[in-house]
Write a protein that binds this ligand. Structure first.
Ligand SMILES: [Cu+2]
Length: 733
């Protein structure tokens, strides 16, 4: 039993979330864990692009939704109509079959492709989106009915598994259109207690309407499923698409030559598992999609190897107790797991894709759309002697990051591709480093708007976008790290030895080949100088100015954040009634002890809201991470500014800061909708709870039938954490 919470944190970091020490006892696998086919060649198909003109060799692309212009509530409005259903597509020529997936599709074209339904919106022109639920009764993935089954008798597990809710991630959206968990609805029109269509825009049961004011600066946001208890599965199944907001500032940058183009090349990066032909040998209880379809874990399994020196220990059953924690209820037959990592990289639906670029500055819009995997990206030269491999340490062209999920940065952040993350030393937990320095780190849901400078690169040169982020982050587990020539770890639930040029591989994400052509006329130093002037001006004077603490200027003295309305919040690791590891959020008020006798500060999502800011108010939140993982915390409605991170000691009842405050990284200044909160640290953010401007009184006055307020949420964007149970209501009064 730990002496205090900090002790628990440390032990959890070693033995639970980030375990890498295990005895070599493997004698064949007795548990359900499937590896994707090992026959998938890397870099044989191109990145599926936006629209049919950007189709790849096997016909993949991201279809755009069809825009119709209407007048609604006295304003010119763009109307889009999509459906959600079950589709299939060949995602790689070497996969043993088509991949079944769920996804959005445009109702007019019914063009069914992975990530279909992309929308390019213009700032100031609102969007009306209708989503029709055409989901089949049977889910394509294993559904655990106990997730989000609340203590108050609410049985989410009894709900139809074809429930959906659409959330515009990063949108400053009215609550009734935010697609929060209780706003789910089914094909037959059954719906959750917070569901409401857009006032003044009724639709038939089985369809929902959403209103997005688009009163936001240019950025890449995205829309994806958020239905209660099933978000992690619907999103993994593919219910997501891109939503790009453009504005006049951005258009001006393009016309003056400071941005290569308006949209760029989107790179939605995900790790997936594909059902292999021998699935019944690898995972005898698998009974979902056939070979080529998406695989997802479904057993909270005994794992004798994930608990270090104790061979009786079990994966995530509670590192502080032996024998393992026992719940008061038996585990469900189909069971959720703490976090899902996969072995195959998919970008825009293409498996290990490649892309050709001219020798110029090129714009890429990166989005980490993975369940739990972080990506730490360096662009390296390709190793010509070992095709498809990176020459680690030989930097490729510089990546100039101009924006994040909150829009354009106040200044370009420069990634020189010379900052690898060292492998975590399993004997030394302190070697896991959540604080950097980093090249380009993307946690789930974080985005990066990046200009890569290929000027002067000779035709035929090639580069590999290379990932070396530990998974889980930052503790790492070598069995989640797939790379060419890695040791065969299949007997202990990990990677097979990967053959050259093939998957599984979670390090080599994308191959970039430079073609012949002419370069930019403006030199890169000159371009950079001009762009920085524009970005700074935009940040200070734009319609979402950087006013909250230091305008993103680290030279301004430390912000006196203790003088503002201040909330202290906690990120916790506990055990649920089944004895499973569970992640929760809470305040500094201790919420009893968990079933292992350990004090807990966490609250379930279904507990009454504790974060009820007043509309228009500015608040500082200090989020204390008591767990061993970094959690990407996502805020609905608002963007935040990250003030600092700082280590702490003690527990929530008796804590103090330890060490020096750390300022945000250069690519974290400005606005964020997802902020990494590191283990053992307090992340301090500031935000203003402005509600969107709405054109009608009916829209302005609407409140949630469930909470009586403007109901939003904030949560971890590791999707398995979010639903079990690292999410809390955010009700603006
Ligand atoms: Cu988390």
């Amino acid at each position: 039993m730990p002496n205090n919470r900090r002790d628990f944190l440390k032990k959890a970091a070693v033995a639970g979330a980030g375990m890498v020490l295990y005895p070599a006892l493997g004698k064949g696998r007795a548990w359900a864990f499937a590896q994707s086919p090992t026959s998938l060649r890397k870099f044989v198909t191109s990145v599926p692009g936006l629209g049919p003109s950007a189709k790849n060799e096997i016909g993949q692309y991201i279809p755009l939704a069809t825009k119709r212009s209407i007048n609604f509530a006295g304003k010119a409005t763009d109307l889009y109509s999509v459906a959600v259903g079950k589709f299939s597509e060949q995602m790689h020529p070497d996969l043993p079959g088509k991949t079944e997936f769920f996804g959005y599709t445009d109702l007019l074209t019914f063009d069914q492709k992975y990530l279909a339904g992309a929308i390019v919106a213009k700032r100031g022109t609102p969007t009306l989106l209708t989503v029709t639920n055409l989901m089949p009764e049977r889910h394509i993935l294993p559904v655990d009915p106990t997730i989000m089954a609340g203590p108050n008798g609410l049985m989410v597990g009894d709900l139809p598994t074809n429930r959906i809710a659409t959330h515009l991630h990063g949108g400053a959206t009215p609550w009734f259109s935010d697609g929060t968990p209780f706003q789910w609805f089914t094909p037959l029109g059954k719906h959750g207690s917070s569901f409401m269509n857009v006032p003044g825009f009724p639709v038939l049961p089985g369809t929902a309407s959403y209103y997005y004011p688009n009163d936001q600066s240019a950025r890449l946001v995205w829309y994806h499923d958020h239905a209660i208890g099933i978000t992690r599965l619907n999103a993994y199944a593919g219910v997501a698409s891109a939503y790009i907001i453009v504005d006049d500032f951005e258009t001006g940058l393009v016309s003056s030559g400071l941005l290569p183009d308006l949209v760029g090349i989107p790179l939605v990066i995900q790790d997936k598992g594909f059902v292999p032909r021998n699935i019944l040998r690898q995972d005898p209880t698998w009974r979902w999609g056939g070979p080529g379809s998406l695989w997802y874990p479904h057993d909270y399994e005994v794992n004798d190897f994930r608990s270090g020196p104790n061979p009786k220990g079990r994966w995530d059953w509670g590192p502080t107790v032996d024998p393992p924690a026992q719940g008061t209820k038996p585990l469900p037959r189909v069971c959720a797991i703490p976090e899902a990592f996969f072995d195959t990289i998919v970008i825009n639906g293409g498996v290990y894709p490649k892309v050709s670029v001219p020798p110029r500055r090129m714009r890429f819009r990166l989005l980490n759309g993975s369940q739990a995997r972080f990506y730490h990206l360096n662009l390296y030269a390709e190793d010509q002697a070992n095709a498809g491999e990176a020459r680690v340490g030989t930097p490729g062209p510089v990546m100039y990051q101009v924006g994040t999920e909150g829009g354009f940065l106040p200044a370009v952040a420069i990634h020189g591709n010379q900052t690898p993350i060292p492998l975590v030393n399993p004997a030394d937990e302190a070697s896991a480093n959540p604080d950097g320095p980093f090249n380009l780190l993307l946690a789930p849901a974080e985005r990066a708007d990046v200009i890569i400078d290929f000027n002067g690169v000779s035709a035929g040169s090639s580069f590999i976008l290379y990932n070396d982020a530990p998974a889980p982050f930052p503790g790492g587990d070598s069995r989640n790290d797939y790379f060419t020539g890695c040791a065969d770890q299949t007997s202990i639930g990990g990677a097979p030895s990967t053959a050259l040029g093939h998957g599984p591989n979670t390090r080599t994400l994308l191959k970039i080949v430079v073609t012949a052509g002419s370069g930019d006329t403006v030199s890169t130093p000159s371009w950079l100088g001009q762009l920085n002037v524009q970005l700074k001006t935009n940040f200070l004077t734009g319609n979402q100015p950087g006013l909250l603490f230091n305008n993103g200027d680290p030279s301004v003295p430390a912000f006196p954040f203790t003088e503002v309305a201040n909330r202290m919040l906690t990120l916790n690791e506990d055990f649920d009634e089944f004895g499973r590891l569970i992640q929760t959020m809470g305040t500094l008020d201790q919420n009893g002890v968990n079933n292992q006798g350990i004090p807990t500060w966490g609250l379930p999502y279904l507990a009454a809201s504790t974060e009820n800011p007043k509309a228009g108010s500015t608040e500082v939140w200090q989020i204390m991470n008591l767990t061993g993982d970094t959690h990407p915390i996502h805020f609905h409605l608002v963007n935040v500014q990250l003030i600092q991170r700082q280590a702490f000691s003690g527990d929530p009842g008796h804590w103090s800061f330890a060490g020096q405050p750390m300022p945000p990284d250069p690519n974290e200044v400005g606005w964020k909708d997802t902020v990494r909160v590191n283990p053992g640290e307090i992340a301090t953010v500031i935000m203003q709870f402005n509600l969107p401007n709405l054109p009608t009184a009916a829209m302005r006055n609407a409140v949630s039938p469930r909470t009586g307020g403007k109901e939003y949420v904030w949560h971890c964007h590791i999707l398995e954490h979010e639903e079990h149970d690292m999410m809390r209501p955010l009700v603006v009064e």
